[in-house]
Design a protein around this ligand. Structure first.
Ligand code: SDX
Length: 435
């Protein structure tokens, strides 16, 4: 017996009973089915290992349409944002849900800039770090460490009109921690932020300047980095953002939530893919550029190899960010690394994959990670720093999601259930009697 769905409800026919399931309306995209009463009422749970059909929250920050390749931050299309805004404007937009006036932007930018200096004592933290330590580990632990240095009196984080000071400190400290981890790994002196520079220029300055090269920031590179940071700003309930929100649900502090998000992003299936793409391209280049063999390995379900930088849980067409980054890679490399063999190989690989039946039938297209590493590499960054740059770009999105989770009246501590498939009740056998 299946009752007709009404505009407000769906009905789940379980044979012995029918469960009424209210709809959760959406302003765009799929509405929700509120099933939180499913287990208490029926004992059943919903089984969805990758949460591909689960919405743990309502959100008004980012909208994705994976079928049509649409991405909007607070309703603004990513293409317009990348063309017209700076990363600081986008950060303000995420956190305040409004585009800033010139004066508001100046105040916001100065609040961030004024916090970019780390406590001088933090140098000892970097002195203790082995040179080959992974920068993502340094970033997550360095950010956690900052709570020790800057613990302040309790702030009204539940006040929607109050921006916790930790928000500005995070946006400010992360680039300095990242740059100092890089300088530590290349045995160069740590470089302080320069108050005269904008956000992206300061990152390049701290990563690159030495007393010998007296590096002057190239405005073309600075804008390329600013756009990359913008394109990584937020992406709905991806793995690392879901991690941030899950940790936030226990009322952990912002730095702890962000540090957890960084560790989640590090995985090669997620933000770590941008490093894996460059390493994959270099391996292909070193092995006779055999693209046919690479694609055949990618198609082989018995081979763990995946074409890194391809495929996406949500996008079943070209990732709109990849389209913008591909053009930016072209523009930057045309000037700084003309005839780059890795860019040529990446484009050949993309063309071959997009014509391959397997990739077409699985809707596998380039994602945000496929071309981004080529630009970071042209900036002189080692591959192990690429995911760190992704994390810096994702900070304002994580922060906005953290605030939204804290301010959401429906937010509860995240505590999923399971489908138990272990042994039934059994008694302990004394060790003397165990075979
Ligand atoms: C990011 O979620 C986000 O929004 C993430 C992100 C963000 O901004 O936060 O966009 C950033 O993480 C981008 C993704 C970066 N990761 C990679 O580039 C790694 C390579 N891609 C894949 O591992 C994979 O596509 C994922 C992890 C991105 C998505 O995995 P899903 O959704 O769980 O898909 P799946 O692994 O179940 O694959 C479905 C099918 C499988 O084949 P069948 O068993 O069904 O025959 O597609 C195949 C997979 O084998 N497949 C691939 C593939 N990706 C999927 N086959 C070869 N190469 C690939 N890259």
């Amino acid at each position: 017996m299946t009752l007709p769905n009404s505009p407000e409800h769906a009905f789940l026919d379980l044979g012995s009973e029918t469960l009424e399931i209210p709809f959760v309306p959406a302003s765009e995209g799929g509405a929700g089915l509120a099933i939180n009463h499913l287990r208490p009422k029926t004992g059943y749970v919903v089984y969805d290992p990758g949460f591909s059909s689960v919405a743990p929250c309502k959100s008004s920050i980012t909208y994705l349409d994976g079928e049509n390749g649409i991405l909007r931050y607070r309703g603004y299309p990513i293409e317009q944002i990348a063309e017209h805004l700076s990363f600081m404007e986008v950060s303000y937009l995420f956190i305040h849900d409004a585009l800033p006036t010139k004066e508001q932007l100046d105040v916001f930018t100065n609040m961030v800039r004024d916090n970019m200096m780390l406590p001088e004592n933090m140098r000892k933290f970097f002195d203790a770090i082995p040179k080959n330590a992974p920068p993502m580990a340094i970033l997550s632990s360095g950010i956690e460490m900052m709570t020790a240095y800057r613990r302040r009196e309790k702030e009204p984080i539940d006040d929607p009109d109050f921006i916790p000071s930790a928000v500005y400190r995070l946006l400010a400290e992360a680039p300095t921690i990242a740059a100092w981890s890089h300088k530590t790994s290349v045995d160069e002196p740590l470089v302080y932020p320069d108050g005269r520079l904008d956000y992206a220029s300061n990152i390049l300055h701290m990563l690159t300047w030495t007393p010998i090269n007296n590096y002057e920031v190239d405005p073309v590179m600075a804008r390329a980095l600013d756009v990359l940071l913008i394109l990584h700003g937020d992406h709905e309930q991806n793995c690392s953002t879901s991690t941030v929100r899950m940790v936030a649900s226990s009322r952990a502090d912002l730095h702890a939530c962000i540090s957890s998000g960084i560790n989640s992003l590090w995985g090669s299936l997620h933000g770590g893919a941008n490093q894996a793409v460059i390493e994959m391209l270099q391996t292909i280049l070193d092995n006779d550029r055999d693209i046919g063999r690479v694609l055949s390995r990618a198609r082989d379900r018995n081979d763990p190899f995946r074409l890194m930088g391809f495929g996406h849980r949500v996008y079943k067409t070209y990732d709109p960010r990849a389209r913008i980054i591909k053009q930016a890679a072209h523009d930057v490399l045309a000037t700084y690394m003309p005839n780059d063999p890795l860019l040529e190989l990446a484009m050949e690989l993309e063309e071959a994959a997009l014509q391959d039946d397997y990739f077409q039938s699985h809707n596998l297209y380039p994602n945000v990670d496929f071309y981004s590493g080529l630009i970071y590499r042209a900036m002189g960054l080692p591959a192990k720093m690429f995911t760190v740059m992704f994390a810096i770009g994702r900070l304002p999105g994580w922060i906005a999601q953290w605030r939204e989770a804290n301010l959401d009246p429906e937010s509860r501590i995240v505590r999923p259930r399971q489908v138990y498939v272990g042994p039934a009740k059994r008694d302990i056998i004394p060790i003397e009697e165990r075979g």
